[in-house]
Every structure is written in structure tokens, then in C-alpha cells.
Design a protein around this ligand. Structure first.
Ligand SMILES: *[C@@H]1O[C@H](CO)[C@@H](O)[C@H](O)[C@H]1NC(C)=O
Length: 517
């Protein structure tokens, strides 16, 4: 998935990047990540010379931290840093937590505050004292008890609470992973480009490939813990990252036990050359996630955006490698035709040849359904849309309306349907997660129906972070950027009497396609 058809191989991509300002990170990375296994190198270079925060902390936002050289021994994560540079590390509570399930009570919030047993910063001297035994007899060998886990690792500290859910797993966890991973390994966009919304880099899908993610470790979840009931999480993971090695709590415990000292042996440590460490509770301590969006991925995304490192910002270009890998896996037509047109903002993306409206129906679900009469009227309004008027003197594109009952479709077909969708429409719910597989064009929109006065940021933030338009609907009222309701779950939010005014949605779609919204 890293190297798109017809694009560069890793070596070319690397060569291209030399000279970019991220060269430092790249050479460090490949110096480390691709070096042959040699435990003495690990100890010599990593413990003696790399106490410098700047070299070890590749990027950090609350809940998302990219480390070079992270260690684990007896279940504790160790950052090795000298006295000077440890001050430059963020507070540990912004990196990790105890990994317990979250509840909104003061007791639970306190119990999720990390302790020294979860993560700790030690000096290179202390690391050596712990993990290297230097015999008094000069002829005996120095015994190095640090073992490298080669390659690049995603280390997930969360329990299954939010992993076992398609939206939280794909549109939050892996969304944030991809934003952070892509951003950390991208050369910054020039400051001038970063400031102009019409910058071609914001509409670009051709970026140098980031290094591969080799391994994901779910430290607090067993194999079942991240698998949602419909099975979309495992489908996504194998489709998007087919070579990713997955380890679970049991494997992490094996690693913990293997590091515990036995008898008078010193303890061992595992060394991870490159790690993206994620923690949901720590992300919620951030300003963006904690008080604005409630989306953990928004911390990762916003950090990279502010640093000018999210390429293809207006079409989810940073997300494209995973999106396209899933398209290919599903057998959906490949990305093509997303090209810049001219410098006028509204004209940058092409109109689709066909307006495909996908209504994700929840009428077969247990809860959160439309009033049956309103559902029927909505479908009728959608079918009448074909007879719409001409749009701004252009030849009107063809229209297509599909009512999708995801539970009756194969996963491949669901992805294919999402990939063709221009306007995704539905009641607030997990089915809207498929928006991450839409192919952005000028009319791309997600219309989310809420019980009046209800609102949540889940699909709102996700849609907008991919550069698409989101509209919240309360029966016959619509809200779109810069307007949005406050977060609320009024009585009726989860119920089966959600009203919607079909003609309002029809007009909304016409206006949107005509560029009036
Ligand atoms: C290893 O971790 C366990 C559980 O946290 C703890 O009880 C034990 O004291 C630790 N052992 C060492 C040697 O630190």
C-alpha cells in the first residue's frame, strides 16, 4: 500500500527526500530501522549517545507520541534521556495512562493518571546499570540484556472499550495513526503553501511514501478486543496493511515476563527503534480532543496540520494510502481523476461525472431509526431528484440514488459503494464510518440526520478532516460550517422516532451540487 502503482520504490522515494528538511529524521530512521541486528550497536549508540530529547522525540501531540528508541522492561515503558534533555519531554500524562477503561467519574479519571510503573524517564547511566552487566573480571564479556524488536511499531495502550467498534477503530485510531505517521515523515509544506487554501499541495495525492508500519501491539487488548461484531475492523486492517504483524496482550505479557529478573540476573529490556505510542486517555487531556472535538484523532491531525505536514489536506491526501489500499482490496475502481483544475478554490476539485447519493438506512437496526413515514417520504424525495434543474449552465451530471442496507451487503460491496458515493446520507451511526472510503470531489458531502437538538462530532469532524462538507440535519433545519450545534444527546437521540423532512434534504442536495453550500 505504501507504493502506489507506477510510483516510486522506496529507494527512489528516499533519494527524493534527501535534501528535504526532514532528511535528518529520515537518515536517523533508516540508519536505525534498517540496520542489521547487532545488540552491541543498540547498547553503544542508544544508551550512550542518544540521551538527547530532540533525537528521541520525533513528534508529540496529546495521546500521540512518535519515539525513536523506546524501551520496555517488566511492563514499564522507559524513555532514556539525560538530565538536560528530559526537561524537553512532555508530561508523561500527555503521553500515556494506566490504560484502564474510561468512565466519566472523578475516581475513574484519577485511576487513569499514569504512574512510574507505566512510563518513566531514566538516564543512560541508569539504563546501563539496569540492562548491561559489566563483569569485574575484565576477560569476561559485557552482557547486554537489551533486545531490539526490529522495525517500526504501533504501540496501542488502550483497552478494548473503544477498540471493538468500527468507528473508533478505523475513523479514530487508525485515522490518527495515519495522520501522525504520514505527517511525522513528511517534509513540511512551505509556509506560503501552508497558509493558502488553494495551494496545490493541499489537493495533492502524490506524496513521498512514509516508511512502513511493521507491527501493531495491542498491549491491553486480546485478539477479540479489537474485533467488532460486523467484522469490519479486521477487514480494514488486513486490507489496508496486509503485512502488519499484530501482537496482543498475551504477546505483550510474554515480553514482560521475559524481561523480569530471575535470581541474580539483571533484568532485560526490549528496545523499539521507532514507535508510535497512542493513548486515548492522554488524547482526551489535550485541548482539541478534550474540549473541542472529543475525537482522539483530532490531536494527531491538528498537530500535523499546524506544522504544515498534512499533505493533500483538502482531499484527505494523507489518508489516501490506506483508503486506496482498501479500495483495491475490495475491487473498487482505483483513484483516478482527482486532479487540480485551476486556482479558484471552488474549482479545484472536479465535479463527479455522476452524483451518487448513498442513503445508509438504519431502518433494519435495533435503535436510532427514522419515523417510518419520514423514511418513506425521504426515499421518495430522493428518487424525484433526478428531475432536477440544470446547474449553472453546465451539463447536469447523471444522478443515482441507492438505499443501502449494510447488513445485507458484503464488505467488498460496502466499500465499493462508499468509493462511488458523492453524497452520503444517514442517521447518526456507525454506518457513516464508511465516509472514510469516499473519493473526494467537488460535491462530496455527508448529511447526518440527528434527533432534533442532538449533535456529536464523530462524523462531523471526520468528514471535515478529509476536506469534505458535512451537514447536520434536524428534521427541516440544516447546519453546516461555520454553523454547528452544540454537542447534546437529548431524550429521543437513540430512539426510533427520529423525524426528517425529505424535501428539505432534496433541496439541500440540489443546493450543494449547485455549489450554493
Ligand atoms: C515487575 O512488575 C511487577 C508488577 O507490576 C511488580 O510487582 C514487580 O515488583 C516488578 N519487578 C521488578 C523487579 O521490578
Amino acid at each position: 500500500m505504501i507504493f502506489r502503482h507506477g510510483s516510486l520504490n522506496r529507494r527512489d522515494a528516499l533519494l527524493l527526500l534527501l535534501g528535504a528538511s526532514s532528511m535528518h529524521i529520515w537518515s536517523m530512521l533508516f540508519g536505525t530501522a534498517m540496520a542489521p541486528s547487532d545488540q552491541s550497536i543498540v547498547i553503544n549508540t542508544h544508551l550512550q549517545h542518544n540521551g538527547d530529547a530532540q533525537e528521541q522525540l520525533l513528534a508529540h501531540a496529546p495521546g500521540w507520541t512518535m519515539f525513536r528508541n523506546l524501551y520496555m522492561s517488566n511492563g514499564t515503558i522507559f524513555i532514556v534521556a539525560d538530565e538536560n534533555s528530559r526537561k524537553r519531554f512532555p508530561e508523561i500524562r500527555m503521553i500515556t495512562s494506566t490504560g484502564l477503561e474510561a468512565e466519566n467519574t472523578p475516581e475513574n479519571i484519577a485511576m487513569r493518571e499514569p504512574t512510574e510503573e507505566n512510563m518513566r524517564i531514566i538516564t543512560p547511566q541508569e539504563a546501563k546499570a539496569r540492562w548491561v552487566s559489566i563483569p569485574s573480571d575484565r576477560k569476561a564479556n559485557v552482557e547486554n540484556r537489551v533486545w531490539s524488536v526490529e522495525g517500526n511499531t504501533l504501540l496501542f495502550n488502550d483497552p478494548k472499550q473503544f477498540l471493538r467498534h468500527y468507528y473508533h477503530f478505523v475513523a479514530e485510531l487508525f485515522f490518527g495513526v495515519q495522520a501522525f505517521w504520514h505527517g511525522a515523515f513528511s517534509a513540511p509544506i512551505t509556509p506560503a503553501d501552508a497558509l493558502t487554501a488553494s495551494s496545490p499541495t493541499h489537493f495533492s495525492l502524490s506524496h513521498p511514501a512514509a516508511p512502513p508500519m511493521h507491527r501493531a501491539i495491542f498491549a491491553h487488548s486480546n485478539a477479540d478486543g479489537w474485533r467488532d461484531d460486523p467484522g469490519f475492523n479486521s477487514y480494514f486492517l488486513r486490507a489496508a496493511l496486509p503485512s502488519l504483524i499484530v501482537e496482543h496482550q498475551e504477546d505483550w505479557n510474554d515480553r514482560i515476563i521475559a524481561t523480569r529478573p530471575v535470581g541474580d540476573q539483571p533484568e532485560r529490556a526490549w528496545h523499539f527503534p521507532i514507535v508510535l505510542f497512542t493513548d486515548r486517555s492522554a488524547a482526551h487531556r489535550g485541548r482539541m480532543c478534550g474540549s473541542t472535538t472529543q475525537r482522539t484523532a483530532s490531536e494527531a491531525w491538528d498537530y500535523m496540520r499546524l506544522h504544515g505536514k498534512l499533505r493533500g489536506l483538502h482531499i484527505g491526501g494523507w489518508w489516501a494510502p490506506l483508503r486506496e489500499a482498501v479500495w483495491r482490496f475490495a475491487g473498487a475502481p482505483e483513484a483516478s481523476g482527482i486532479t487540480t483544475r485551476n486556482r479558484d478554490d471552488k474549482q479545484l476539485l472536479p465535479m463527479p461525472e455522476r452524483i451518487v447519493i448513498s442513503y445508509i438506512s438504519r431502518q433494519g437496526a435495533r435503535n436510532r431509526k427514522l419515523i417510518p413515514r419520514d423514511h418513506e417520504a425521504l426515499v421518495k424525495s430522493m428518487k424525484e431528484l433526478r428531475k432536477r434543474r440544470q446547474l449553472d449552465g453546465q451539463i447536469p451530471p447523471e444522478w443515482e440514488f441507492n438505499e443501502l442496507l449494510a447488513e445485507r451487503m458484503t464488505k467488498d460491496d460496502q466499500v465499493k459503494a462508499a468509493a462511488r458515493t458523492t453524497i452520503m446520507l444517514g442517521v447518526h451511526g456507525n454506518g457513516l464510518t464508511h465516509l472514510v472510503f469516499m473519493k473526494p470531489n467537488r460535491a462530496s458531502t455527508v448529511i447526518e440526520i440527528f434527533y432534533p437538538k442532538g449533535f456529536a462530532h464523530d462524523y462531523h469532524w471526520t468528514t471535515r478532516s478529509l476536506g469534505m462538507t458535512h451537514v447536520a440535519v434536524w428534521n427541516d433545519k440544516i447546519y453546516t460550517h461555520p454553523e454547528k450545534p452544540g454537542v447534546d444527546y437529548p431524550e429521543g437521540f437513540q430512539g426510533n422516532e427520529i423525524p426528517v423532512h425529505g424535501p428539505t434534504i432534496a433541496k439541500l442536495i440540489e443546493d450543494r451540487v449547485a455549489g450554493k453550500i
